[in-house]
Design a binder for this molecule. Structure first.
Ligand SMILES: Cc1cc2nc3c(=O)[nH]c(=O)nc-3n(C[C@H](O)[C@H](O)[C@H](O)COP(=O)(O)OP(=O)(O)OC[C@H]3O[C@@H](n4cnc5c(N)ncnc54)[C@H](O)[C@@H]3O)c2cc1C
Length: 444
């Protein structure tokens, strides 16, 4: 069997690796347009500030290491077209500029997503960056180490914007964080994201909410950002306003796509075209709490969904069951996490819901170092089924959100959750775990 993989990072390489491990009579060719494969993009904000010192620490395996495992990896090779009828791809060698065709029995589209650029005047000025690929991270780190770069503007306060802002503060930069919405971390409810706003400001981030970028100004490079609420001098800009699936080269095909260009897949990662699979940031995911397939571009899903393709091709009965929308991030000394639906998402999905807000200590109050966790739990009124949880605190959030994610994914009610046998000892938890303190408040 001849398998071609387009795009060689999380989804593509997890599929290629498992495929080669599971099947002997398979040839796997990976075409990757950049010079890197199989790296941890999630670590890039920490690479900027030298928490992670070298770019190669982010690389899990090099093209040579994959070649040793029998996987043909072609970096700097871009797939420019696919002929789905004749099962061939057109590949451009970006070094020689030559084109060639390659044929497949099975095709894996794992092209990921790219940062959306703001189409405003001045956006082509030098000094405006994004952080989407490892090449972006290298270019950005190079620029940030110049002594002349003192004030940096981050446009967009989603999770990448917040992580980048923190790392810029670590580097000693003056940081302006510009967000058009009235809160940071837009998927969260504003009462929860307010904790993060306080922390950002407390650490010197100049946060501007309800502020929309209009255009950039500068002569040799960007030196000013102009917004609907005034202008700000700047030495460098990082745009972090979201991502778009890398599927433009497939737009005239018969592939069914979501509105944003994400390829629609079923829970076997099959697309609408036979023998063509997709996974990761270029594909949809089933959402277990929403009626329609969703676009949730996260590394965890990319790895799992890529593996499902390989399992399918090697004859295993594997499925990607879907997501509930779990995520976690660090914002200075805070752990910030969410799973399931926020209150505004529950309202948007027309659930009959209610919420409880609870503040509880992460460990026994008498044990030194206890610190509060702020929690918001969303539940369905009639059934008391848990729909979502958001948590912010200095300690014990990231582990607890995963307990809640498990419960939500398994459709548990508040009372079932309150009866879970969770472990307890004073240094780790109060006798009633904070999550159970919250679910105890839900009366059905
Ligand atoms: C700064 C940052 C922080 C993040 N933090 C987290 C986190 O904490 N947790 C989390 O779960 N996720 C995080 N993510 C998201 C995570 O990195 C992505 O979900 C994951 O990398 C997606 O993997 P992928 O394989 O689908 O796509 P990608 O990693 O985007 O890889 C796709 C590859 O395909 C290549 N390609 C595209 N088009 C073509 C073509 N036509 N021909 C050949 N090659 C092509 C691209 O060059 C790219 O290398 C973060 C992302 C960023 C940018």
């Amino acid at each position: 069997m001849k398998v071609i993989v387009i795009g060689g990072v999380a989804a593509g390489m997890s599929a290629a690796s498992k495929l080669k491990r599971s099947m002997e009579d398979v040839t796997v060719s990976v075409y990757e347009k950049s010079s890197d494969v199989s790296y941890g993009a999630c670590g890039m904000p920490y690479y900027l500030s030298d928490v992670i010192k070298k770019d190669d620490a982010l690389v899990a395996r090099t093209p040579e290491q994959f070649k040793e495992r029998g996987i043909d990896v072609f970096t700097k090779h871009e797939v420019t077209d696919v002929d789905f009828k004749n099962k061939t791809v057109t590949v451009k060698n970006l070094t020689t500029k030559e084109h060639f065709n390659a044929s497949y029995d099975k095709l894996l589209i794992t092209t990921g997503a790219s940062a959306i650029r703001l189409p405003v005047e001045g956006s082509d000025l030098p000094g405006i960056h994004v952080l989407s690929s490892l090449d972006d991270a290298r270019a950005l780190k190079d620029a940030l180490t110049q002594k002349t770069i003192k004030t940096v503007s981050v446009i967009g306060a989603g999770y990448i914007g917040v992580e980048v802002a923190e790392n810029l503060v670590e580097m000693g930069k003056n940081v302006q964080l510009i967000e058009m919405q009235d809160q940071v971390l837009p998927p969260y409810d504003s009462d929860m994201s307010a904790h993060v706003e306080k922390r950002l400001k407390g650490n010197g981030v100049d946060l501007h909410l309800n502020t929309t970028l209009k255009h950039y100004e500068g002569t040799h490079g960007v030196s000013k950002i102009v917004t609907d609420h005034g202008s700000f001098e700047t030495d460098l800009v990082i745009e972090a306003i979201g991502v778009r699936p890398n599927t433009a080269f497939l737009k005239d095909s018969d592939l069914t796509m979501l509105k944003n260009g994400a390829i629609h897949v079923n829970n076997k990662q099959e697309t609408s075209i036979p023998d063509v699979y997709s996974a990761g940031d270029c594909a949809s995911v089933p959402h277990l709490l929403k009626d329609a397939p969703a676009y949730v571009p996260l590394g965890t899903h990319a790895n799992k969904a890529g593996r499902v393709i390989a399992a399918q091709l090697s004859g295993e009965d594997a499925h990607f069951h879907g997501v509930v929308g779990s995520n976690v991030l660090k914002a200075f000394d805070l752990e910030v996490a969410k799973t399931g639906l926020s209150e505004k998402e529950a309202a948007h999905e027309n659930y009959d819901y209610d919420v409880v807000n609870v503040k509880a200590a992460n460990q026994a109050g008498y044990y030194p170092g206890a610190t509060p966790i702020y929690m918001k739990i969303v539940f369905e009124n009639k059934t008391c089924k848990l729909l979502g949880a958001q948590m912010v605190g200095k300690q014990g959030v990231s582990a607890r959100i995963n307990i809640m994610a498990t419960a939500i994914q398994r459709g548990m009610t508040a009372s079932e959750f309150s009866n879970l046998d969770l472990a307890y000892a004073p240094p780790f938890s109060p006798v009633w775990d904070p999550l159970q303190v919250a679910t105890n408040q839900i009366k059905c």
